[in-house]
Unconditional design. Structure first.
Length: 240
């Protein structure tokens, strides 16, 4: 294996490690969004329950006021009923009393139904609070873990970048420029290993002539699929 190939293999290994770390970092935003979505859902569920309780309590206060007003009306009509002497007036006042009672009954029924619903909602509230606490704890723990992991990954990437810069300095200018151009345009991987007679990056099969050229370990071969520079791993047997 030539010195140029040794440098390119070293660069390949550095780039593979860097890609793994960059891919891990790239997963962090989605992980954070997933947990944030669960947290938002738990917050909204509790907020919606509290809003329903507040609206229902507000409506019951209105109902209580209307019921009290109907009680006053009924007492007034009952007082009138004691004073009338005419049968026709008596029936008219009694009819008013029945109408007031009917209206009050409707309101009282609604008030009772709302009270029962509030009791059910209140019974469910601890579960919503627990779910929110759990979601908050999960979000906090994940955030701390990802922050620590990101710091480690970035530190490792910085180390790999320094190693890459040192290795690439050993290449001739033309080879170095080709490497940097390919790495920029090929998702951080300019060199790929030949695995099972194919490119280890895009899995495009190598023609027999390219396979034989690679076995001689005298120069890099190009992948017809992705354009990366290809070479056999150092521990792969060459020609006998």
């Amino acid at each position: 294996m030539t010195e140029e190939l040794r440098v390119h293999w070293a660069l390949h290994e550095i780039d593979e490690q860097a890609v793994v770390r960059e891919q891990a970092l790239a997963l962090h935003p989605e992980q954070r969004r997933t947990v944030a979505t669960r947290l938002a859902a738990a917050q909204q569920a509790l907020a919606a329950l509290d809003a329903r309780l507040a609206d229902s309590a507000k409506r019951r206060r209105v109902l209580d006021g209307e019921i009290a007003a109907f009680d006053v009306q009924q007492k007034r009509f009952e007082a009138q009923l004691q004073a009338v002497t005419d049968q026709k007036q008596f029936e008219a006042v009694r009819h008013e009393i029945e109408a007031v009672r009917a209206k009050r009954d409707v309101l009282e029924t609604e008030a009772l139904e709302r009270l029962e619903a509030e009791e059910q909602e209140t019974a469910r509230r601890p579960e919503r609070v627990t779910a929110l606490d759990r979601a908050q704890a999960e979000a906090s723990a994940l955030g701390a873990r990802l922050d620590a992991e990101a710091a480690t990954l970035r530190s490792e990437l910085a180390t790999l970048e320094a190693q890459r810069a040192e290795a690439v300095a050993g290449l001739e200018t033309a080879a170095r420029n080709r490497y940097e151009r390919l790495r920029t345009g090929r998702a951080g991987r300019a060199v790929a290993a030949i695995v099972n007679h194919a490119c280890g990056a895009c899995h495009h099969a190598l023609p027999p002539a390219a396979q034989q050229e690679a076995k001689r370990r005298e120069r890099l071969v190009a992948c017809d699929g992705c354009g990366r520079m290809l070479m056999l791993p150092p521990d792969t047997p060459g020609p006998s």
